[in-house]
Ligand binder design. Structure first.
Ligand code: SF4
Length: 339
């Protein structure tokens, strides 16, 4: 009975949103001509509402250019959303000045895709990991050296890495440095933006396992952005599928991969290569046409130009998000008919 109560309690704690996005939109102006006149806008992220719960890993998948990295940067306020709210522990970050944001930045960090370009080649690894402590005036002297050594150890780098430079490390080791830097200030939330895409397949699993171990050790919450669907399935508790700046579907990872409801998710997931000679490849749904331009997105449902289930209403009305079963959300006019 006590175990049941504990399990219930832990589930409730997990369902507490650490981050809440309300109608977040990011449009980049398109400027032209001698006078730099604004002639349009790229709708990179459009009206996204989403909760990210404390202690979970929320994966975001979608074709390149769907706005997933822009969304990650909008959450961290590395780029400011055009409209909408980003509530972190109840505070709307979009309303805070850069000065007011500074202490909150300690709680929200990012791990970049390319660890080589995100590290300063002139700085030793020790100095690189030390930098966040210095910027935030947290530790100095012997205590700081000790903190850096602990982090180097924690992310599985050899002790000698302290004195080395980025070019002396392998790709996997450089990504471990990026992770150590992100962890330095003991954040609560980390955006991992394609953190293993630039690495050899053999190293990817090591980095994913490291991220998972660190998450449970430090009770972290991750937003994990990737285009590799198998990687996202492996690491995520829930997965959001993005298409052209909008969320098409959000569900617990196992539910989404077993039974996707949205036509775009179905097509995306049917394209995962399955190394089984008996697998029926005819069940694969081929998407026709290219991703439309976010500067001129289709009316109604943004997926209608490529959707095999399109009907008249899809071209004129934006589908609202609705819940279908346990925490399974999708935005499509025809979910009940096509599933
Ligand atoms: Fe396809 Fe219409 Fe559903 Fe959009 S709303 S995914 S076009 S069926």
């Amino acid at each position: 009975m006590a175990a049941e109560l504990l399990a219930q309690e832990s589930t409730q704690t997990q369902r507490e949103p650490l981050l809440r996005l309300e109608h977040v939109t990011k449009a980049f102006p398109i400027k032209k001509g001698f006078f730099n006149r604004e002639v349009g806008a790229i709708q990179a992220v459009s009206d996204i509402s989403l909760d990210i719960y404390r202690g979970e890993t929320l994966g975001i998948v979608g074709e390149s250019g769907c706005g997933k990295s822009t969304l990650g940067r909008c959450i961290l306020q590395l780029i400011r959303p055009t409209s909408g709210k980003v509530l972190f522990e109840g505070r709307d970050l979009t309303q805070l000045s850069p000065k007011a944001l500074r202490p909150i930045r300690r709680d929200m960090q990012i791990v970049f895709q390319n660890p080589y370009s995100s590290l300063d080649p002139r700085m030793s690894i020790g100095d690189t990991i030390r930098e966040p402590f210095i910027i935030h005036k947290i530790a100095k002297g012997k205590a700081l050296r000790e903190e850096v050594r602990t982090l180097i150890d924690l992310v599985g780098l050899p002790k000698a890495a302290y004195e080395r430079y980025p070019h002396e490390l392998s790709g996997g080791q450089r990504q471990r440095v990026g992770i150590a830097r992100a962890l330095a200030l003991k954040p609560k939330f980390i955006v991992a933006d394609e953190p293993v895409s630039a690495l050899d397949v053999s190293v990817q699993a090591q980095i994913l396992n490291l991220l998972m171990d660190l998450k449970s050790e430090f009770n972290l919450t991750y937003l994990f952005i990737a285009h590799n669907l198998s990687v996202v399935e492996y690491i995520s508790d829930r997965v959001a599928v993005m298409y052209l700046g909008k969320i098409a579907e959000v569900a617990p990872a196992s539910q989404l991969y077993e039974k996707p409801l949205h036509p775009y998710s179905k097509a995306l997931l049917s394209a995962i290569s399955i190394p089984d000679p008996d697998y029926d490849h005819s069940s694969r749904i081929l998407l026709e046409g290219d991703l439309p331009s976010p500067a001129n997105p289709p009316s109604g449902c943004r997926f209608h130009t490529r959707c095999p289930y399109k009907v008249e209403v899809c071209t004129s009305q934006i589908p609202e998000q609705a819940e279908y079963g346990h925490h399974h959300i999708a935005a499509c006019h025809r979910i009940s008919e096509i599933n």
